[in-house]
Design a binder for this molecule. Sequence first.
Ligand SMILES: C[S@@+](CC[C@H](N)C(=O)[O-])C[C@H]1O[C@@H](n2cnc3c(N)ncnc32)[C@H](O)[C@@H]1O
Length: 333
Amino acid sequence: MPLKQQRFSAGGGGGGGGQNLRHGKTELILNEYCDVNLQQSVLTLLRKTFLTEFADPDRLAAKIQTVKSYLYERNYVAAFGSCPNLLAYVLRWTPFRALAYLHVFGDLCPQVLTLLSVKAARKEILCIGGGAGGEVLALSTIARHIKASNLKITAIDVADWDEVFSRLSYGIQKEYEWIPQADNQDNVVLEFKQADILDVPCFAHAATGNITNDKNDIVDFKSLGLITMLFTTNELFAQSKPRALELLNFMNQHCQKGTLLLVVESAGSYSHIQVGSKTFPVQFLLDHTLVSNQDWDVLREEESAWFRLDEEHLKYPLQLENMRFFLRLYRKN
Ligand SMILES: C[S@@+](CC[C@H](N)C(=O)[O-])C[C@H]1O[C@@H](n2cnc3c(N)ncnc32)[C@H](O)[C@@H]1O
């Protein structure tokens, strides 16, 4: 599928091309993965996959309203607490997130493209808080576009996304004509594990670098090429600051040299965290925990990037939103 190169413009991030400044170096950002045709193909994939839910728009609108109220109250347990709520979330919030993540992975983080392009080696990606599938859909779309193979993408999430994730991954495999065969090395494998990433028993195997919520269900952090925490870090810190820090320290200890860690989160005060009597942006805590001892390098940082959609040309039955976010891409030393 040939992609048109899109606009160039200075500054900002997101849907207009831009420049990124890091350590005084200016880089031009191409917006290859903001191509409207590619974006529309992702939206169409979602529409086809969830045809049944779109067939009853009133019911869907009511569910979306319920989830929206819970998200507004930051009551995530209720928001993500039932299958109809999860379906409503996927149809309303995953589409524009997936489009933004196409841009993030494909344009803002060329290191992710490089990782996906390596032909011979097995590539493993862990998407923490990825049950809603936006990042999995974006990574799969890029993998298909660059004909990546030998890739496993695992979403780990505390909510029971199993059924919704299975439908989405089936939709992806069908659209991208990937035949799910576990023994085929060339495959792109998509899998979901339900687990609380902060759950202390998960760290029972800390000495080996594995986490497990039962003995058959292991994630080996040493084998990961990329870890993503997209719009999930704030929730982890809200649940428990010490355990969120423990998770980061676990990564410091057990990720192999070269592993990429991508964090994307709301820009601005929504991502501020209270520590004692002071308030810090969550990225300060991340940088402090990951970089101050030089466990990781920062490859890219954006404090406030915009991803803007070309709504005039995109067709989707529900509202699509522009996104403003901060971004950190770290690489393990
Ligand atoms: C705001 S949603 C973001 C979803 C997705 N990453 C995206 O960007 O569209 C946060 C996700 O993190 C998950 N989550 C929250 N706390 C978690 C935990 N302790 N362990 C694993 N997943 C968690 C939630 O269930 C939810 O799916």
